[in-house]
Design a binder for this molecule. Structure first.
Ligand code: UT7
Length: 332
């Protein structure tokens, strides 16, 4: 029996700097028509010098704390979902806790690529089950631009940087109005196809040597077509499983928030679920694929813009390298 969890606060932060399709036309052999028709992306946000996973997570966390009406000192656990940590050691979660003025908390990074938010959310639920008084800060942040080769037109048009944050606590039955109740989270992985989407360089399987120039494998490498097909199958299948498990018809899902990687993937998943387009929240045109941050930025934005209303049942879904994928059901 899981302890019910609530989302007490949501926040997000994206860098100010915009990289538009017109900008990319000047950098690589591409054009707005190709990018828009294949991905739906018009622009993405790119971290400025000094903007990092920890600094963006910090801003998103402060907004989530304000939204929750909580002080940082109340937090007991800090999770940062990312594949672009500021460093391998220390973890971004330890650095984030320090920025928040916290000492002695349980802090760790979670690695699940673009599915990072849902894997961290499930970890937060586990902490709350073990420690019902826990107040867990989950941030999901990627500075993908730090691992993108801006001469690779197949990759550089797709990604952007950003951070989202959620504060997860146990549900004591007296949650303030406006909180979301996390009904369920389902997660899955498949390592047999992991080579289809990788960032290998600098890992122990592909170490750097002193004085070596940066190798190709330091950057995101992907077989886009195969990732696309797998992502559509995996996200639609896990969402169907979630809906069946909870006896939900598509009419009973008020808002669907899929991973914001590509409008064609979003449309294909929506169509397999027979979900009306007006229920599907998208912001991929503004931010591109922000990896782990994608669905939490979308959730935070959808809530603050009134796309999600009190009483709504919200279905989320993610997909990323690993492969990793998941779904979450949240009632507001
Ligand atoms: O979180 C999961 C992360 N990954 C994803 O979501 C990506 C999933 N995959 C996709 O979204 C799509 O596969 C892409 C958008 C990446 C590519 O779309 P596609 O329809 O699968 O195109 P393609 O890779 O098969 O390339 C078609 C053509 C190729 O030219 P040729 O060989 O047909 O002459 C590419 O070289 O498009 C060319 N191309 C481009 N042309 C203009 C590739 N990138 C570009 C570009 N601008 N930026």
């Amino acid at each position: 029996m899981t302890t019910p969890c609530i989302i007490r606060g949501l926040g997000h932060c994206v860098p100010e700097t915009r990289l538009t399709n017109a900008d990319l036309e000047r950098m690589v052999d591409t054009n707005d028509e190709w990018i828009t028709s294949r991905t739906g992306i018009k622009e993405r946000r790119i971290a400025a010098k000094g903007e990092t996973t920890v600094s963006l997570s910090h801003q998103a966390a402060l907004r989530a704390l304000e939204h929750a009406g909580m002080q940082a000192e109340e937090l007991t656990h800090i999770l940062v979902a990312t594949f672009t940590p500021d460093s391998y050691i220390p973890s971004s979660a330890c650095m984030l806790a320090h920025r928040l003025g916290l000492h002695g908390r349980t802090c760790m990074d979670v690695s699940a690529a673009c599915s990072g938010f849902l894997f961290a959310l499930e970890t937060a639920r586990a902490f709350v089950c073990l420690h019902p008084e826990a107040k867990v800060l989950v941030t999901a942040t990627d500075v993908v631009s730090s691992r993108v080769d801006y001469s690779d037109r197949g990759i550089c048009v797709l990604f952007g940087d950003g951070a989202g944050a959620a504060i997860i606590t146990g549900d004591t039955g007296v949650a303030p109005a406006g909180c979301g109740r996390v009904v369920d989270v389902l997660l899955a992985t498949d390592g047999s196809v992991s080579d289809l989407l990788t960032v290998k360089g600098g890992g122990s399987g592909s170490p750097c040597k002193p004085g070596e120039t940066v190798r190709r494998d330091f950057f995101v490498e992907m077989n886009g077509r195969e990732v696309y097909k797998y992502a559509v199958r995996a996200m639609s299948s896990i969402c169907k499983t979630m809906m069946e498990k909870h006896g939900l018809t598509k009419e009973q899902v008020d808002v669907f928030i899929p991973h914001q990687a590509n409008l064609r993937i979003i449309d294909a998943v929506g169509s397999r679920l027979d979900m009306p387009a007006e229920k599907i929240f998208t912001n991929v045109h503004k931010y591109g694929n922000t990896s782990a941050a994608s669905v939490i930025i979308a959730l935070s934005e959808a809530r603050s813009e009134g796309f999600i209303k009190d009483g709504d049942t919200v279905l989320l879904s993610t997909f990323g390298g690993g492969f990793t994928w998941g779904s979450a059901l949240v009632r507001f």
